[in-house]
Ligand binder design. Structure first.
Ligand SMILES: Cc1ncc(COP(=O)(O)O)c(C=O)c1O
Length: 378
């Protein structure tokens, strides 16, 4: 693997948990190290240079999303914060309806549930069946204001056809919001092709960045429609002017960023995105799909293992979740972690989530240890 040197993980560690918190590449470590040295030696003397790095990060995010301008990109603390900016920015009317799936990560459920106080109704739709997108679209009524969906579900790993959902939303004048944390960096994203109004994703999963820095894409035409709830010097049109008594909010997505940025994380995430863009998201997608297929094929050969992730190609991304019959899943999860197979216990099974730089040989090693752990837990 040409990029393996970027991931000098501990010998023997089998890290299959990119859907939770990913290891950083070497270059992100180097970026943080250099930034720390810079702070120790010079303080913020070179702040203009830091701002250039931050702007480069915005440009890289723009490229990843295929947004028309970095003016549509706001940096936020995390996915939940970005979703909250959206949820509390819309002028809801009592009776409005929101559609999500019934298997969303809490970040993309709680915030919509919290709008019940304004009389907003949340519909949670089951994705089972051959056309999960149609299940969501069938729930649309004249009162639907917003469809908010994960591009890839965190537990089952099902990847949805966002173009189909976005086209239907556009046609019926419904806002379309995508939680892309489980696909950005692995599957190509094109905000125009999918007609997204909002796309949110934290940087610590498939983007290989640190926790605490997320992207919030907000389409130009929607920015003024979101009421602001956070204010400060940074979100002003004239952000560097500290003496003016009259002000207005920036006419771009910076209006959602109230104060000083997370420069430390920006340096790391910028380096991580540099790597992803250098490799190319289409190459990463191909490789992650190969690894997922390989893993699933091997798992299917085990009589006591049942795949919980949908098997059709079109639903496949980086997450594979499986259940082992007759074994306590929590005990199995703990045994795997002890055996240094780093994974997660999600959706009633074990979740493996390999990234592009890993190999089939690593997956084979995970499977050897898995069989051993099953025996020990059985
Ligand atoms: C689909 C999805 N959304 C959001 C999050 C996390 O959100 P945040 O960035 O607010 O921590 C996760 C984490 O597992 C997730 O899987």
């Amino acid at each position: 693997m040409p990029y393996q040197h970027e991931f000098p993980q501990k010998d023997g560690l089998v890290y299959l948990n990119h859907a939770a918190v990913a290891p950083w590449p070497q270059r992100s470590y180097a970026a943080i190290e250099a930034f720390s040295r810079e702070n120790v030696t010079f303080g913020a003397t070179h702040y203009p240079q830091w701002m250039k790095t931050e702007q480069q990060l915005r440009e890289r995010l723009k490229t990843l999303l295929n947004a028309s301008s970095s003016d549509e990109i706001a940096l936020q603390k995390n996915t939940s914060e970005a979703l909250s900016v959206i949820a509390y920015g819309i002028d809801w009317q009592a009776g409005d309806e929101i559609i999500i799936s019934d298997e969303e990560f809490p970040s993309n459920r709680i915030v919509w549930e919290s709008l019940a106080q304004y009389g907003v109704k949340l519909l949670q739709i089951n994705l089972e069946g051959p056309e999960p997108e149609q299940n969501l679209l069938n729930a649309i009524t004249g009162k639907t204001r917003l469809l908010a969906i994960s591009s890839v579900q965190y537990a089952s790993g099902i990847a949805l056809d966002l173009s189909r959902l976005g086209a239907a939303c556009k046609q019926q004048n419904i806002l379309f919001c995508v939680d892309a944390i489980q696909s950005l960096g692995v599957l190509p994203m094109d905000v125009d092709a999918i007609n997204a109004d909002f796309v949110v994703a934290d940087g610590h999963k498939w983007l290989l960045g640190p926790e605490g820095l997320a992207v919030f894409y907000c389409r130009h035409t929607r920015q003024e429609q979101l009421k602001l709830h956070q204010y400060g010097w940074h979100m002003l049109a004239d952000a560097g002017n500290y003496t003016t008594k009259t002000w207005r909010s920036a006419e771009n997505a910076r209006r959602f960023e109230c104060g000083s940025p997370n420069m430390l994380a920006a340096h790391a995430l910028n380096a991580s995105l540099g790597l992803l863009l250098e490799v190319g998201v289409d190459v990463i997608e191909g490789r992650v799909r190969q690894l997922s297929h390989y893993l699933r094929k091997q798992l299917q050969q085990e009589p006591d293992i049942k795949l919980l992730s949908p098997q059709a190609d079109r639903f496949t991304a980086g997450i594979t979740t499986f259940h082992v019959e007759g074994v306590n899943q929590q005990a199995l999860y703990q045994a795997l972690m002890k055996a240094e197979v780093i994974c997660a216990n999600r959706g009633g099974g074990i979740r493996f989530s390999p990234h592009f730089y890993q190999t089939e040989a690593l997956l084979d090693e995970a499977l050897v240890r898995l069989r051993h752990c099953i025996k020990a837990c059985g």
